[in-house]
Ligand binder design. Structure first.
Ligand code: 5AD
Length: 459
């Protein structure tokens, strides 16, 4: 089993290829050499990462073909053959008319609550591509009755299906250093935590971890994550990225925190194509309460700089921060939407005993499902990650429910076993998942039980 289906290039124009997967067409940037129409390729995140021999590709496709259509049918049925809100659905093909990058569609909230909107008509609007107001979105985030919640999740899932069909992404993540110079109040690897054993993987270990996971398990996209660790200079990272890109056809996504724009530009030049960096919260006061070494404005500036360089961006916020209100979460979702990025990652805070937020209570599953569902309804396109913190807090049933409420993307932890439990940004992180093969099988069977297929749809 591999985590990406090969596609056939049917045309290329200005370095953009149209790739066909069992009749579905997707665009991708040509990022490897000697690519021409008729070639079979793997793409990730809208980037061609590897060319395949025709025989090999045909063999893989033959293995996928029957399963692919079965999965597609299963997803179609599970996501509601008829739109759940048919009276409101305006019919026709779903083409999102939402224009992102604009926030002025959302007049500021007035004081005085949400004003008695009914969930059904708000969902009808979202489904018909009309933009709900801030107040209406807040009504969804504040909904607590079972019927309303179930409709919110189902509608979000039907929007996910209309946009992505059954395509899902499964990426590997390698946490290569838990040294961090920052002091984020939520994070277990904050510099102030003197109780954890610190580790760094050297260049050979990182390169080998990626290449062996790519060869052994078929991963095509990797997140390389660390604390903000200046040991990994731009030069060291460039060497690592170049070595990986030379020996494996994979998409590399960096999650290394804040760096200056020139450094990120050079890392792109070396072959990194994505960056995972959350804005953590869109509330500037809250941001400054939980960060001593980081500035709200810097994070927002960096996100824009990274986009301008050409990186695919995954971003989002922490849910369950102290004093965070539904209004804050609403602003997180609208800010994420305005960034118009490829992937969104909203995850629950899991209080870590060695941090100032040790006494916080984590959010419940209902809150998490609402955040993901509303993000899907409001942002619509883009991939929405089911975070590992969701799995830790709510188990595989929680993961399943998030996938059924608009989520469509997952990550599998491929950090070498001896380091895995040391990357303890939250307690218990990396524990209980020591058998990678088993984790992959479980993830794939969960996805397949929901009719999802691992296909290139973005990072
Ligand atoms: N619980 C959940 N997520 C956390 N992160 C850091 N600490 C925690 C925690 N205790 C998240 C941050 C960061 C990402 C790498 O991990 O949002 O951006």
């Amino acid at each position: 089993m591999c985590y990406s289906i090969p596609g056939k290039i049917i045309s290329i124009r200005d370095n953009i290829a149209i790739i066909e997967y069992f009749g579905e067409k997707k665009e991708a940037l040509v990022d490897v050499e000697d690519i021409k129409t008729g070639d079979y390729v793997f793409a990730q995140g809208g980037v061609i990462v590897q060319k395949l021999e025709e025989d090999e590709a045909r063999g893989m496709l033959a293995g996928w073909e029957e399963l692919f259509f079965k999965l597609q049918e299963k997803d179609r049925i599970l996501s509601g053959e008829n739109p759940p809100l048919s009276p409101f659905f305006k019919g026709g093909t779903h083409v999102s008319q939402f224009r992102r990058g604009e926030t002025n569609n959302f007049p500021p909230l007035e004081k005085g609550g949400t004003g008695g909107f009914d969930v059904l008509s708000i969902l009808g609007k979202a489904q018909a591509c009309e933009i709900p107001s801030r107040k209406e979105i807040l009504t969804l985030l504040k909904c607590s009755n079972e019927e309303g919640l179930s409709l919110i999740y189902k509608t979000a899932n039907s929007v996910r299906h209309k946009i992505h069909k059954n395509a899902s992404c499964v990426h590997g993540i390698i946490e290569f250093s838990n040294f961090c110079k920052n002091d984020c109040a939520y994070c277990g690897i904050r510099s102030e935590n003197r109780k954890i054993e610190r580790y760094r993987m050297d260049a050979d270990e990182i390169v080998n971890a990626v290449i062996s996971a790519s060869n052994k398990y078929g991963f095509k996209a990797f997140v390389l994550q660390s604390g903000e660790d200046s040991y990994y200079t731009t030069e060291r990272l460039i060497e690592i990225i170049r070595r990986i890109r030379k020996s494996a056809g994979v998409l590399l996504i960096l999650s290394i925190g804040e760096r200056d724009v020139e450094s990120y530009r050079r890392l792109y030049g070396a072959g990194a194509r994505g960056v995972l960096i959350r804005f953590e919260t869109s509330n500037p006061d809250l941001y400054s309460r939980i960060h001593t070494t980081l500035q709200y404005d810097d994070r927002r500036r960096i996100l824009n700089e990274l986009k301008a360089i050409g990186y695919l961006i995954a971003t989002g916020s922490l849910i369950g921060l102290p004093g965070q209100s539904e209004e804050d979460i609403l602003e997180d979702i609208l800010f994420a939407r305005s960034l118009n990025t490829e992937m969104y990652s909203f995850g629950p805070l899991i209080p870590h005993p060695e941090t100032p937020l040790a006494e916080m209570k984590a959010i419940d599953l209902e809150t998490m499902l609402k955040v993901v569902a509303v993000a899907r309804l409001i942002i619509q396109d883009g991939n929405i990650l089911v975070t590992s913190a969701v799995e830790k807090l709510f188990g595989s049933e929680g993961t399943r429910q998030v996938l059924m409420a608009g989520g469509n993307s997952m990550m599998i932890n491929l950090t070498p076993e001896r380091y895995r439990s040391l990357y303890s940004i939250y307690p218990g992180k990396g524990e209980g998942n020591s058998n990678i093969r088993r984790k992959i099988t479980e993830t794939m069977s969960l996805l397949q039980s929901l009719g999802r297929a691992p296909m290139d749809v973005g990072i």
